[in-house]
Design a protein around this ligand. Structure first.
Ligand SMILES: [Zn+2]
Ligand SMILES: [Zn+2]
Length: 455
């Protein structure tokens, strides 16, 4: 999905043009090392929001009109989220040195967060490859796939950023009239036709596999670009959470994809789910819609997406959309964490394929059943214990345990950021179990399933 946001952008530029005070800042961690980070600036008096990034050395600079601002500084879910009040004064330069503490280090236990789906100016993304790579680093991602539409022209440039602390993986979003397929880890362009038949789709899956790459059905129930040949077998992954639509809520595709996937799992098809941001704009200009009155939002939507079902949805689901766009459509929102013995492209792709992963836009969710982790099959024994370890930089309200598509447990957390428990479960042969975490909307996470088999 992609939206044109010219109107909002002009509003954004107008706000910046009034600037007459300067902020010069740098971000460091608790050891004093510089950190790349994302900074979102909200005006306290006026409804506007600016997103900017530090450079690779953790430094940033911005001119702002005189007034009070709230700076939100983040680097993904493993770091604290810091909010700072800043007064900007006419013709004055203010220096800021901000320490962002690392709360969790999942790499220590083999878990690495990444994004399977992003765009650059090599197709219809707004930013060049370097800006996308920097935004990934600032989001705290360990690996990332660039997946421009029907091109891998960005390959050499993208892979050159692997030295910057991110494992960059080349992808291609094979874009046809009947749906979109991501090829993760390609080194040659996958041939495609605009109007693909079932046979063409099968050939695309085979071509991807022959490159030792991984195939992913993108946003299968998206309103504008659904995947119409979902019955064609042979894909490795299903994108049940696409960042261009709100999570959990029904009506815009993600919930429908998740329900469809539960159906596949219930048929015994062990297909792993992934989350991808589908980010086209690392500045998330669309977030401004969350601050404008509903009537203005509807006018913009009518102009940008005439006749879209999205407009009706917006009228009926104002709060969901407001919270979701305010949270932002950035690289890593949402992200997929994989468990790997060592961070390499091959290991990431294998972990994605086998479902050794969880999907999140915030909560971190490590689970096992008698030592078996997501993607693994466990033999049923007398005592089966599900161990859950939840970590977050924002309050989490609830955990849910899903057994073969049905909710079997709800655990109320009432705003905890750290939680551990063990629960005895009672699975049957062929069952699967996954865990979900819910925070303030749209904060959400879910694991891939753990499967069960009789001894
Ligand atoms: Zn797409
Ligand atoms: Zn896309």
């Amino acid at each position: 999905m992609k939206f044109k946001v010219l109107l909002i952008l002009s509003f954004f530029i107008l706000s910046v043009a009034l600037a007459n005070g300067k902020i010069v800042g740098s971000i460091i961690d608790e050891t004093g090392s510089p950190l790349t980070a994302r900074i979102r600036i909200m005006s306290v008096q006026r409804a506007f929001l600016i997103t900017l990034y530090t450079d690779w050395n953790g430094d940033f600079e911005i001119d702002l009109a005189q007034g009070q601002y709230e700076f939100e500084i983040t680097k993904g879910p493993e770091y604290e989220r810091k909010i700072i009040r800043v007064d900007v004064v006419d013709n004055k330069e203010t220096e800021m040195k901000i320490t962002l503490n690392r709360l969790y280090d999942l790499a220590q236990v083999g878990w690495f967060g990444g994004d399977t789906h992003m765009h650059s100016t090599y197709s219809d993304g707004r930013q060049n490859v370097e800006q996308v790579a920097l935004a990934c680093s600032a989001a705290g991602l360990s690996w990332a796939v660039l997946s421009d539409h029907n091109t891998i022209a960005g390959n050499d440039e993208w892979l050159s950023f692997s030295g910057k602390g991110i494992t960059t993986i080349m992808g291609e979003e094979i874009t046809t009239q009947i749906g979109h397929i991501n090829a993760l880890g390609v080194n040659q362009l996958v041939a495609w036709k605009p109007s693909a038949t079932d046979e063409d789709i099968k050939r695309i899956f085979t071509d991807i596999a022959s490159q030792k790459a991984v195939s992913q059905i993108n946003h299968p129930f998206d309103l504008r670009n659904p995947f119409e040949r979902i019955h064609v077998e042979g894909f490795d992954l299903i994108e049940i959470w696409n960042g261009a639509a709100p999570p959990i809520a029904e009506g815009l595709g993600n919930r429908e994809s998740q329900e469809y996937w539960y159906g596949l799992l219930n048929q015994g098809k062990k297909i792993a789910a992934v989350a991808g941001s589908d980010c086209h704009d690392v500045y998330s200009s669309y977030s401004l819609l969350g601050f404008l009155p509903l009537q203005t939002v509807i006018l913009i939507l009518q102009r940008e997406l005439p006749g879209s079902e999205f407009i009706e949805y917006a009228k009926n689901n104002e709060q969901i959309l407001r919270s979701w766009v305010k949270h932002g459509l950035f690289p890593g929102t949402p992200r997929t964490y994989v468990k790997v013995p060592e961070l390499t492209q091959e290991n990431v792709l294998n972990a994605l394929k086998s479902g050794k992963s969880f999907l999140t836009n915030g909560p971190l969710l490590l689970v096992d059943i008698n030592g078996a982790e997501p993607g693994e099959t466990v033999l049923i024994s007398e005592k089966m214990m599900l161990n859950i370890h939840m970590m977050s930089n924002t309050p989490i309200e609830e955990l849910r345990i899903i057994q073969s598509g049905q909710r079997v447990y709800t655990i109320s957390l009432r705003g905890k950021t750290l939680f551990q428990c063990s629960i005895q479960i009672d699975p049957k042969d062929g069952d699967w179990i996954l865990v979900e975490a819910f925070g303030d909307y749209p904060l959400y996470a879910l694991t891939n399933p753990i499967y069960f088999k009789n001894r």
